[in-house]
Design a protein around this ligand. Sequence first.
Ligand code: H79
Length: 444
Amino acid sequence: MSKRISRYCAVSILLAAFNTLPLMGQATYQPTAENLKARQEFQDAKFGMFIHWGVYSVLGDGEWIFHNRKMTVREYERLPRFFNPQKFDAAAWVALAKAAGMKYITITSRHHDGFAMFDSKVSDWNIVGRTPYARDPLKMLADECHRQGIKLFFYYSQLDWHHPDYYPRGKTAVDRGPWDNGRPDRGNWNAYLDDYMDGQLRELLTNYGPVGGIWFDGMWDKPDADWHLEKTYALIHQLQPAALIIPNHHQTPKPGEDVQTFEKDLPGRNTASFNTTYVSDRLPLESSNTLNDSWGFNITDRKYKAPEQVEEMLVRSAGNNSNLLLNIGPMPNGEIQEEFVTRLRAVGEWLSRYGEAIYSTRGGPLPPADWGVTTQKANKVYVHILNWNAPLLALPPVARTVKTAQELLTGSPVQFTQSSTGLVLHVPAARKDEVDRVIVLAVE
Ligand code: H79
């Protein structure tokens, strides 16, 4: 009996050790000085533009249309012939991101359809090889980003609905299927990873100048597979040490990863039900979301978020020590629809007044709450009041001594009392349509 117990103990100790493995891995991965600097800059940036754009945009029904309509590879392969974005204007896209107050762009270099939106020599399943456009928009965008001082990240789908070597196939073909799109029931998984995927990543990190990082997606399709992550991550960091690896695998961070990202969620909330509730206290955090309800262009999606909703999302992200990566799906002709443009410009205008309390801040000293959040930088704490109608706001104690409190926009003094039980602010009445009342605390 005692033997059995000790064996049980040994097993649980082992299991506990395995549970902490991801953390130990993070500890043993030593990011370079350039990488650590890039992480700080990433956190300072706070607001990025996510772009989903591919041959699926032609059908105006999102980036999952290949799967949703259970198309065959042969059928889907017709799409590139209709993709001819004559109105694509890299300078206009980058200028729009800047006008919105966004500091970086993350664009789909290829989505789950495996179609490379760049000039790839690894396979001709790409925009230059298969479309009448026959040009490389990512190259134009990269050049323009460098010119306009915006960082460019590449989204890269590890999941592939097109390549025969993506085999054995994953959940999206089996559990969410069955979906047989005509590929052979055999394939070389190692070749898919080592030759095809790593080959394309090598191109992306070699031919486009300094890249902000790689945003991986789709590993959740085969959560138990060996993805050769160490090899792929080492390749990326070797080619560009400052490039951040941002995996959207919905799991605890693994060795070699530089940012923890949360899809359609604030860190740890898991309202989307597929995210992890674990939040890294070491890595920069990011929260992605959509400006309407779609990632790829969806012609009938009218569920646009109002600028005020985006502003609140951005403030709540910052208060959770996180960036917001906000998505738009450009049209197949290369234009960005007016509904997105006007909303993004409105957010940018708002940021020109409130940005001080967001950019370059970190999550503040108080826990995020329903009334609002706090952010901080240097000797300032910004109290963002998002949902509070009473004249007094009683907050938990703030460890540092508050010297003065004033409204961000007007500089008018705000009365307060600080004690060991908490901080009470006499909050000014909200102006009409004011999303965020910001009170700046000078602290020592
Ligand atoms: O690129 C956008 C989407 O196309 C892609 N990620 C964003 C950024 C995305 N695909 N699916 N999802 C997001 C939702 C995830 C659903 C999941 Fe599942 C639930 C993943 C794991 C559980 C569905 C069921 C897919 C696999 C099993």
